[in-house]
Design a protein around this ligand. Structure first.
Ligand code: NIG
Ligand code: FE
Length: 417
């Protein structure tokens, strides 16, 4: 099928010459076309431009049935790329949420066997089918809110068998979902209870058993470690990353959420695709990132939900770095996958300009999940993942009107959701 969207008030984030990311001052650059059209065929974008340049002869080459959509008064954006999520989980953790309101910290809850270990217990009791159905429903909601690509982590299994179970669920989602999905092995998310006091043995299990088995079934694109105070050390992270890389998984890590953990430095050292969270980022960390191919990724949903400090995004952009934003959708620290809200938080909490926040949630977050060649902008040959807004007055209205859904229609891989 082919789709022709006509009379678009503004077509946003168009690229003639696709970039891999936008960094520093360039993050303010966002190419737009007023009064535009967009043409897709099959799964791909094949053409776009000004309505005044549109001629019906463009359509003569198309063999498929063409659906025409009139987008008068509406904007068209490339779908959001959500480069950091944990959406395969069982149940929810609103009781801990109340504990947090009463004053317990994330670390205190984790120490009592709550947190990630609570989700691991529930996940071990859930069937693959239950996990799949719950994650599918989350994906559908995310898609309806404008997300077209999602990275999904394991890490609520914490045994070989249950980590594989999570990754197989992700594989099924990837097979059946219209979203672009990438998979990340996060065996080093927490130390399971029966390894308490024997953390080294758990790290050995990840290295000697889990990684080879995950790789044998080709279940993960990436390898992740929660490298932070009270979780995994820099040395443990190095060992795990090296083994993951040996088996073809690129690092993408949780770093500097709870302290200056050294996580950013170790991520850069192993050429991580991204380092994520980064509440504790200082000058030394910024210097390392400047000299790297690693995307600094912020997760404002988690900082908001946990009432944490917000990382120095403005300072990092001003220093010349690129920034990506993602939802961190998970039951413990960010139970929402609404990227429209993340866009607003980028502007409100990190003082990003709307253009910067749009780049951070599209092309830069596409880079952070290794798909900036096929997603993250409106470019010929890229996947036709985009959304049409409701009638809105301006581009700035998207982050401004936080909390309401500004999207009317979603298209993924060239088909209506
Ligand atoms: O990205 N920081 C570590 N992991 C998750 C939280 C997972 C949980 O609490 O269940 C995160 O925020
Ligand atoms: Fe996370």
């Amino acid at each position: 099928m082919a789709i022709l969207v006509k009379n678009i008030k503004q077509l946003v984030q168009v690229e003639e010459r696709p970039m891999i990311w936008r960094a520093g001052k360039e993050m303010q650059t966002l190419h737009k076309i007023e009064d535009a059209y967009l043409l897709t065929e099959g799964e791909k974008i094949i053409d776009f431009g000004k309505m005044s340049d549109f001629s019906p002869t463009i359509l003569s080459k198309i063999k498929e049935k063409i659906e025409e959509i009139d987008a008068t008064g509406r904007f068209v954006f490339p779908s959001f790329c959500d480069s950091h999520t944990h959406i395969v989980y069982a149940g929810s953790r609103e009781i801990e949420y109340v504990d947090k309101i009463k004053g317990l910290s994330y670390e205190e809850i984790a120490k009592r066997g709550g947190g990630i270990l609570n989700s691991a217990k529930r996940l071990s009791e859930a069937s693959e089918e239950e996990l799949y159905n719950a994650a599918w429903a989350r994906l559908q909601e995310m898609a309806s809110l404008g997300t077209g690509a999602v990275e999904i982590k394991s890490g609520y299994g914490l045994t070989t068998e249950t980590e594989l179970k999570m990754l197989r669920v992700i594989r099924e989602l990837r097979k059946n979902s219209p979203l672009i999905i990438r998979s990340n092995f996060l065996g080093a998310h927490a130390v399971p209870l029966h390894y308490k006091g024997k953390q080294q043995e758990y790290v050995d299990l990840i290295i000697n058993e889990m990684i080879p088995m995950v790789a044998a079934e080709e279940l993960a694109d990436f390898i992740d470690v929660f490298c932070d105070k009270g979780f995994f050390t820099v040395e443990e992270t190095e060992r795990i990353l090296m083994q993951g890389m040996k088996y073809g998984m690129r690092p993408k890590i949780h770093a500097n959420e709870l302290d200056y953990s050294g996580g950013i430095q170790v991520g850069v050292k192993y050429n991580a695709l991204s380092v994520d969270h980064l509440e504790y980022t200082g000058d030394e960390e910024i210097a390392h990132l400047l000299d790297s191919e690693t995307m600094p990724t912020f997760l404002p949903g988690a900082a908001f939900f946990l009432g944490m400090i917000y990382g120095p995004v403005r300072k990092m952009i001003d220093a010349g770095l690129p920034i990506a934003l993602a939802s961190d959708y998970n039951p413990g620290s960010s139970p929402s996958g609404n990227m429209q809200l993340i866009l607003s938080m980028g502007c409100i909490k990190y003082k990003m300009l709307p253009e910067e926040a749009i780049n951070a949630t599209t092309i830069n977050s596409a880079y952070a999940m290794g798909i900036s060649d096929i997603a993250g902008s409106i470019a010929k040959g890229k996947m036709a993942n985009f959304y049409i807004t409701k009638p809105i007055p301006s581009l700035e209205f998207m982050p401004y009107a936080f909390g309401s859904n500004k999207i009317e229609q979603v298209f993924l891989k060239g088909a209506k959701l």
